[in-house]
Design a protein around this ligand. Structure first.
Ligand code: PLP
Length: 394
C-alpha cells in the first residue's frame, strides 16, 4: 500500500488532502516522494515561518532533544524561561501561558475572560467575536468562530458568543452591553480570506473595551510572529490588547501555543486553574527560542515588508491583466489573497502541477502564506507561473 492509501485507510477522514506526499523540505522548497520540487507558498498554513529545516531550529531541536525532552510543568525548565522572557520583552504582555495549539491558546483566553467577567464585571460572560472569523475546532473555539460551516453538526454550541460583522464599528458598538466580558478578533481575518479591517478599527475596538471594562483579545495565531511584517500585526495600529494568542509559527512546526496576558489579567489564573501537560516542553521551547531570536535580528521584518510589497503588487498587476477572472488582491506583509470571480480550485490544482504550493480558502480565493525566508526570485517565478495559469484559462 502506498503512503496515500494507508492514510486514507487508517486515518479518520476529516481532511481533504492534495494527492501529494512530501518527504523533504529546505527553506521555501519542498520535495515529494518522486523527487519533484515545489516552491512553498503555504508554509504548512503559516507555520514554518523560517522555512523548512532552518539550521538554527534544527540545531536547537537536536541539541535539546539529546539533553532533556520532558519533565512537566511541576518543575522549572530553562527553554521555557528564555521564550517567556523574549515574548514579554518584545510585546505588551506581562506574563505568558504556554500550550500546544491555537485552539488551546484561545480556550485559555476564553477561560480567562470568564474569570475577568466574574471578578470584575458582575458576572458578565458574553464574548463578542466576528462573522467570518476562525478561532479553532474545540467546542468553545468553534462556538467563537463566526462560520456556520465549521459549527454544523455540533450543536448545542458553547454559549455566549455573539458574532458581529468584521470591521463594522457601529455593529460592534450596538452589541456592547453589560454582559460583555471580552471582544475577540483577528487583526486580519486569515481563514476568512485575508480580510483587513478599515483603518482605525482596532483603535476603536480598544476604546470600546476601555469604556466598558471588557477585555480586548487578539487572535494572532495566523497574523503573529512576523507574518504581516511586524512581530505582531496589532503593532501596525499602535494598539495594545489585553490578551494575545499565538501558535502556528511560534516553534516553526513543533506544536506550541501561547496566551500572552497584559497587566490587567496576568495574575488572574491561580495554581490549579489552568494547565497543559505538554505545554512549553523543552524541545518545543528550544525551537521557539530559535524562531524568536532569528525574527528579532535587525532587518528581518524590513525584509518581510519588502517581499510582502513585491507579492501584493505582483498580485495586483494580475488583477489588472485578468479583470474578467480576478476580483481583488489583498494583503499585509507575507499574508495575501487573490479573489477570483469563480471557484479557485482549478487555478490551485494548475499551480500544484507547476510546482507551487498555494492554498485555496473560502471557495474563490487563493491564499499566499509563504515562509518568511522566501526569496524575491521565488516570488517572481510564482507570479509568472500564476500569470500563465490564468492565461490558459485555468
Ligand atoms: N486562530 C486562527 C486565527 C487560526 O488561523 C487558527 C488555525 O488556522 C486557529 C486559531 C486554530 O489553531 P490550531 O489549528 O493550532 O488549533
Amino acid at each position: 500500500m502506498s503512503t496515500q492509501e494507508k492514510i486514507d485507510k487508517f486515518v479518520i477522514n476529516s481532511y481533504s488532502r492534495a494527492p501529494i506526499t512530501f518527504v523533504r523540505g529546505e527553506g521555501a522548497k519542498l520535495w515529494d516522494e518522486a523527487g519533484k520540487e515545489y516552491q512553498d507558498f503555504l508554509a504548512g498554513i503559516a507555520v514554518c515561518a523560517l522555512g523548512h529545516s532552518h539550521p538554527m531550529v534544527v540545531k536547537a531541536i537536536s541539541e535539546q532533544a539529546a539533553r532533556l525532552t520532558h519533565v512537566s510543568n511541576l518543575f522549572y525548565t530553562e527553554p521555557q524561561a528564555a521564550v517567556a522572557e523574549l515574548l514579554v520583552n518584545n510585546s505588551f504582555a506581562e506574563k505568558v501561558f504556554f500550550c500546544n495549539s491555537g485552539a488551546e491558546a484561545n480556550e485559555g483566553a476564553i477561560k480567562l475572560s470568564r474569570l475577568w467577567g466574574k471578578e470584575k464585571l458582575n458576572g458578565a460572560y458574553t464574548i463578542i467575536t466576528m462573522q467570518r472569523s476562525f478561532h479553532g475546532r474545540t467546542m468553545a473555539t468553534l462556538s467563537a468562530t463566526g462560520q456556520e460551516r465549521i459549527q454544523k453538526g455540533f450543536a448545542p454550541l458553547v454559549p455566549n458568543f455573539v458574532h458581529v460583522p468584521y470591521g463594522d464599528i457601529d455593529a460592534l458598538t450596538a452589541a456592547m452591553d453589560q454582559q460583555v466580558c471580552a471582544i475577540m478578533l483577528e487583526p486580519v481575518l486569515g481563514e476568512g480570506g485575508v480580510l483587513l479591517p478599515p483603518a482605525g478599527y482596532m483603535r476603536k475596538v480598544r476604546e470600546l473595551c476601555d469604556k466598558s471594562g471588557a477585555l480586548m483579545i487578539l487572535d494572532e495565531i495566523q497574523t503573529g510572529l512576523g507574518r504581516t511584517g511586524q512581530l505582531f500585526a496589532h503593532q501596525h495600529d499602535g494598539v495594545e490588547p489585553d490578551i494575545m494568542t499565538l501558535a502556528k509559527a511560534l516553534a516553526n512546526g513543533l506544536p506550541a501555543g501561547a496566551l500572552c496576558a497584559g497587566e490587567r489579567v496576568a495574575d488572574l489564573f491561580k495554581p490549579g486553574m489552568h494547565a497543559s501537560t505538554f505545554g512549553a516542553g523543552p524541545v518545543v521551547m528550544a525551537a521557539a527560542q530559535a524562531v524568536l531570536e532569528t525574527m528579532l535580528a535587525p532587518g528581518f521584518m524590513l525584509d518581510v515588508q519588502t517581499k510582502g510589497r513585491q507579492l501584493l503588487h505582483g498580485l495586483q498587476d494580475l488583477t489588472i491583466k485578468h479583470p474578467d477572472r480576478l476580483k481583488q488582491a489583498r494583503g499585509l506583509g507575507l499574508m495575501a489573497a487573490l479573489e477570483f470571480y469563480e471557484n479557485a480550485d482549478r487555478a490551485q490544482a494548475a499551480m500544484w502541477e507547476k510546482g507551487f504550493i498555494i492554498n485555496r480558502t473560502q471557495e474563490t480565493m487563493l491564499r499566499f502564506l509563504p515562509p518568511l525566508v522566501i526569496t524575491a526570485e521565488q516570488i517572481d517565478s510564482m507570479l509568472k507561473a500564476l500569470d500563465q495559469v490564468l492565461e490558459m484559462g485555468e
